[in-house]
Design a protein around this ligand. Structure first.
Ligand SMILES: Cc1cc2nc3c(=O)[nH]c(=O)nc-3n(C[C@H](O)[C@H](O)[C@H](O)COP(=O)(O)OP(=O)(O)OC[C@H]3O[C@@H](n4cnc5c(N)ncnc54)[C@H](O)[C@@H]3O)c2cc1C
Length: 384
């Protein structure tokens, strides 16, 4: 596929991508497809790209299925990975745009274009000995974490409490339900959320379907409660309406309380960073860490992250070319499917009103994940 209005100049491009998640890698694949000799450096503190949309599946799939070592991508896309954590505030971004130099791992890197794609931070609650959050599931396979807990005496006749009925909490909860049933672990499950239903960010029908499935599996649902803390054998909640504390049996709480909407980098319609009121022509941002000017979607979703990454890459190439006519961001998500265990899912396709559930929804989710895997293999099947 060719890029309209991209007429390459003779310049040998040097591009730095900070953040090797969904948007960073979508940008990388697009850049490489259209410019085979650009020098691309990818900076990420991790050793592996994490397929976080599939992380809950690590309860039934090998850990290696959700981790792709950056050294494989170095080879596949002809890039260099530097394992480093880059912190850039607006002042430093302006300075980098002027100097076109970035320091990473004590190396001075010259660049023509810089793409910031560092994702969004998770909301954190205070953790104790008997709480786990997403960072734990990123660091270690879920089965190992739970096995350790059950072997240490937690589980027998006990409850495990999942805090947060958003997409992440729901996906983990249903995988755990499948996991404990398969292994015949005598452990009951509970979901609690401050809202009145699960998946409240979507059409209410998604929540209703999910509640019915919770019921079918015998999972207790406690809506309208804040999480306060988890002791050795109790979870302490607080009723949203009255502030009254509620203590319930629980040996472990899993905290999935969503992403922080704070500190997103503003950009213009083309993905160029706007810092302290100035548009930086050589610095772009994409993915969850960015807020593009509307009308395009700024949702915290892999689809949006991929589309922003691809658009930023096309605009970097156009800006480096002879015409410099950039493309505005207009992408809208065309669906979102939440997995409810290995064979079930619920979501919407085409319009928020068009709800899908059951095995057809699980198939849609599988297709979306397969399309991303193709992109990582260097085969771009996204239309835009
Ligand atoms: C558990 C979970 C399940 C999800 N499931 C779905 C789903 O089913 N469908 C969907 O559409 N969306 C889903 N999402 C949302 C989706 O994963 C995100 O919207 C998407 O990953 C955002 O892509 P990104 O590139 O902006 O950030 P990320 O994919 O988070 O990548 C950010 C990268 O930047 C790196 N980084 C961070 N800080 C720095 C730094 N200072 N310097 C250098 N590198 C840095 C990180 O190591 C990481 O590799 C899910 C999210 C979670 C947490």
């Amino acid at each position: 596929m060719f890029i309209p209005f991209y007429v390459p100049s003779k310049e040998h491009l040097r591009i730095i991508i900070v953040g090797g998640g969904y948007s960073g890698l979508a940008a990388l694949a697009t850049l490489r497809e259209h410019n085979s000799d650009a020098e691309i450096v990818l900076i990420d503190p991790r050793a592996d790209h994490l397929k976080i949309t599939q992380l809950h599946e690590s309860f039934r799939r090998p850990w290696t299925d959700v981790h792709l070592p950056f050294r494989n991508l170095e080879h596949r896309f002809g890039i260099r990975h530097i394992q480093a954590n880059i912190q850039l505030d607006e002042g430093l971004l302006k300075q980098s745009n002027a100097d076109r130099v970035l320091v990473a791992d004590n190396q001075l890197l010259d660049f023509d274009y810089l793409l910031i794609a560092t994702g969004a931070a998770f909301r954190k609650l205070e953790k104790g000995e008997r709480t786990l959050d997403l960072d734990d599931f990123i660091a270690e396979p879920g089965p190992d974490l739970l096995d350790r807990h059950f072997q240490s005496g937690g589980g027998d006749g006990n409850y495990l409490t999942v805090v947060g009925g958003g997409a992440t909490g729901i996906q983990f909860l249903f995988e755990i339900a499948h996991f404990v049933r398969e292994r015949r672990i005598p452990c009951r499950l509970r979901l609690t959320d401050v809202e009145d239903a699960p998946l409240t960010q979507f059409n209410a029908k998604l929540g209703r379907y999910t509640e019915a499935r919770l019921d079918d599996l015998g999972i207790e649902f406690m809506p309208g409660h804040f999480f306060r803390n988890q002791t050795a054998d109790r979870v302490v909640l607080e009723r949203r309406e009255t502030g009254e504390p509620v203590e319930l049996p629980s040996s472990l709480s899993l905290l999935f309380v969503g992403k922080s909407p704070l500190s997103r980098q503003e950009t213009n319609w083309f993905g160029q960073v706007v810092a302290e009121g100035t548009t930086l022509d050589r610095v772009f941002a994409a993915g969850d860490c960015s807020r593009y000017r509307v009308p395009g979607s700024n949702s915290f979703s892999a689809q949006t992250a991929i589309r922003k990454g691809k658009l930023a890459a096309r605009n970097i190439l156009r800006h480096s070319g002879r015409i410099k006519l950039l493309e505005p961001y207009v992408h809208q998500d065309i669906g979102y499917v939440v997995s409810l265990g290995p064979a079930d899912a619920v979501g919407w396709v085409a319009s928020q009103r068009n709800v899908v559930g059951g095995s057809p929804a699980a198939a849609v989710k599988g297709i979306v994940e397969a399309q991303y895997d193709l992109l990582l293999a260097g085969i771009d099947t996204y239309l835009l």
